[in-house]
Design a binder for this molecule. Sequence first.
Ligand code: PEP
Ligand code: MN
Length: 362
Amino acid sequence: MMETDQHTNPVISKWLNKRPLIISGPCSAETREQLLETAIQLAGTGMVDVIRAGIWKPRTHPGNFEGIGTKGLPWLQEVKKITGLAVTVEVARAKHIEDALNFEVDILWIGARSTVNPATVQEVASALRGVNIPVLIKNPMNPDIELWIGALERIAGAGIKNIGLVHRGFSTFGNTEYRNTPMWHIAIEMKRRNPELMMICDPTHISGRREIIQSVAQKAIDLNFDGLMIESHIDPDKALTDGRQQLTPLALEKLLQSITWRKEKSGQQPYDTILEQLRDQVDLIDDELFNLLSRRMKISEQIGEYKKQNEITILQKNRWNEILEKRKQIGKTLGLSCTFIDKYLTAIHMESINHQNKVMNS
Ligand code: PEP
Ligand code: MN
């Protein structure tokens, strides 16, 4: 569990315990008026817990707006004072941390372009030694869970007690539906390995365009994420960074109202019991499936033995095509999708070949 007792600041202890935690604010702080107006409107929704703002922006191309810099930190201090909400900024350098702490920033976050680079993460971690501040770690740009874990190890190793994770998707080459493909399984695996850490979703950077943010956010909540980080700007079309994916505070409020918030348990006895019974049934069926798969592999080994004695190749193309076609037909009538049948049979086939291979080369 996250430690709460070390924080006397009520804003921070509220942050640690609130579920779902909602973080919102502009991609970048641009002017004092833009930041304050956005933050005040967001606070007015009553649904936002933490105000974010990029102060130093690591940009892909040189010459783009690289953030207002330290000059924007007093604006965040004003935001804190006026709204009573906690504030968070992205840090990538020791100097960023020093400045952020001087201006009473409550939470730091490490961006995807930093998590991907162990040298940067180490610089941040070293600067954090002896500091008591919560840190959020975004996933790295590329789908490498080890880089994410490495960053976590470095930050935890620096003595940071309150660490959260942020899933913001992974970059790919070429156009896809998303700016950054979610690859939900990586976030789920990260959560499985670190169940004590909060996992927040950033549907803004996954989506890259405001039209699909709601559906990504809903999916994250359906998957039991602990909160959302969504960018908001009073005038998104005039934003200096990430204009296509920012929402006005009003649009953000509507989006949050449209989400079906789910919890892990219904808290009502009969429903949770029904769920448990259904899960027991699923477990029993999985037991059966595993026993059947094991039996199937033993038969494959016998086939391997036969092929070995008769000097027949393991793979016979026609036989495999026959199996695929036949099973796809049967699968359809049983309500199983072709994609699933394909993946399932390919996995079984590979395992079966491995078993036969072992027998034939023993
Ligand atoms: C951001 O939050 O504005 C940002 C740059 O995010 P990421 O590090 O996920 O790209
Ligand atoms: Mn952004």
